[in-house]
Design a protein around this ligand. Structure first.
Ligand SMILES: [Zn+2]
Length: 440
């Protein structure tokens, strides 16, 4: 085991921090704060105004009304010092905010995080710290200084973990160590895209999804990430290639029937209007790491026969139909259990002309799953569901020619290939028997 030598500045700091922890951020720490800051060796002078604001914050911390108590103190001079210790604040100060303890003389940073409901604050250090200067500040106030010292990371993820996707696949852009989200922008071909906070316990990770469908333009997209801090702006750049995929075709010959066509068109409009409302509802918040989210999906049936792939284009009487098949059609006997593909919240459970008894579930980050033509529904709007929970039975309601489940996964109204979520590759007529049993 490695043994550390005594380090006197560190020891001094340890004593100061110990006093601070025992007596509740006392004057010992606060009044020793140096109003200078070094970031990556560069000196930053704080303005008079900043000093005043800082003082106000320190006074607030020191206010007995906040009644800070600390439930555990590590001996910071020992070898196992500073991995993690916990402070409990009884009220005020830390609620609903991220606070950072910043040690400007070194590259080390103590992170003080507030868990929303529990009022428990964790102090985590990635390394040793050897300084007597400690700053407490809200991220809005201090974020640009704080982040300047952090290693912001930016990553592109797909089901293959490389820099390309196929039509129908989704890519994830992940930014970590972001303490001021208002400084953050993700750009795809110079257009900003929406991002979501990752509920991965870090309080500082964000994800943006880039969906592609059978309609998406193929080729290279430029991905940019900007962290627009005034003091230390950061950026990164990469590219994402959308590769073409060959989609199957179906040729149908049907008798011309104007009335029927009209009915179909109205039914599609109804579905579109209902789904537009559904995709605008407040979505489910997934708690966990992004990798857990990506790997969270499973087939809603145990077995069946794939009768229509995702992205199949249809030719009716040799004319290209404007309607492409947006999901997977899996034929199986009426009454077969339909289970949720992943955990989430039911945002639609009802009957529509085209899709019959329909369930839509929100899984978070804009991802939804839909189940059509059900015989019966075993859930209602607002239900929180686990993965594999039974939500209905296979049927042939709505416009359907036989008992089957139409299952799709989408990023809002952008229909994706469900196979990427479940198996990491498309489900096709050729490969589906490898993935699910066809015994019925
Ligand atoms: Zn279908």
């Amino acid at each position: 085991m490695k043994r550390k030598k005594y380090n006197y500045p560190k020891l001094l700091f340890a004593i100061v921090v110990t006093i601070a922890l025992v007596f509740g951020i006392p004057y010992a720490v606060i009044h020793s704060v140096s109003m200078e800051m070094k970031i990556d060796g560069k000196q930053f002078d704080l303005t008079e105004q900043t000093r005043e604001e800082l003082s106000a914050i320190f006074e607030q911390i020191d206010d007995p009304a906040y009644d800070n108590t600390f439930d555990k103190v590590y001996d910071l001079s020992s070898d196992d010092y500073i991995k993690q210790y916990t402070i409990k604040y009884k009220k005020g100060f830390a609620d609903q905010k991220i606070f950072r303890l910043y040690l400007p003389n070194e590259e080390n940073t103590l992170i003080v995080e507030s868990e929303k409901s529990g009022k428990v604050i964790k102090l985590i250090s990635d390394d040793n710290f050897r300084t007597t200067s400690i700053y407490f500040a809200t991220p809005e106030f201090f974020g640009q200084y704080i982040n300047a010292n952090d290693k912001i990371s930016f990553e592109l993820k797909t089901s293959h973990n490389n820099d390309s996707i196929e039509q129908g696949e989704v890519a994830y852009l992940i930014a970590k160590n972001i303490y001021v989200p208002s400084y953050l922008t993700f750009l795809v071909d110079d257009k900003p895209i929406k991002f979501h906070k990752l509920e991965d316990g870090t309080n500082s990770s964000y994800v943006a999804l880039i969906p592609s469908t059978y309609l998406s333009e193929t080729g290279k997209k430029n991905i940019k990430f900007l962290y627009n801090s005034e003091i230390a702006p950061q950026s990164d750049e990469t590219s994402l290639t959308i590769n073409p995929r060959t989609f199957s075709e179906q040729h149908l010959t049907i008798a011309e029937d104007a009335v029927k066509e009209k009915r179909t068109e109205d039914a599609r409009k109804e579905l579109k209007a209902e789904m537009a409302k559904v995709f605008n509802k407040e979505e489910y918040r997934f708690i966990g790491d992004i990798d857990d989210f990506i790997k969270n999906f499973e087939l809603p049936l145990e077995d069946g026969i794939l009768t229509t792939e995702y992205g199949v284009t249809r030719y009716v009487n040799n004319e290209l139909s404007p309607y492409t098949h947006t999901g997977l059609d899996i034929a199986c006997p009426e009454g077969t259990n339909v289970n949720t593909t992943a955990l989430g919240k039911v945002v639609f459970a009802g009957e529509l002309t085209l899709t019959g008894n329909t369930v839509v579930i929100s899984h978070g980050y804009g991802i939804y799953s839909s189940y059509y033509h059900l015989k019966s529904l075993f859930c209602k709007e607002g239900d929180e569901v686990l993965k594999g929970e039974m939500i209905g039975e296979v049927g042939t309601t709505g416009f359907s020619t036989g008992s089957h489940l139409h299952f799709e996964i989408s990023y809002k109204d952008k229909r994706l290939e469900a196979g990427y979520f479940i198996y990491g590759e498309p489900v096709t007529y050729q490969n589906y028997p490898e993935f699910f049993s066809t015994t019925n």
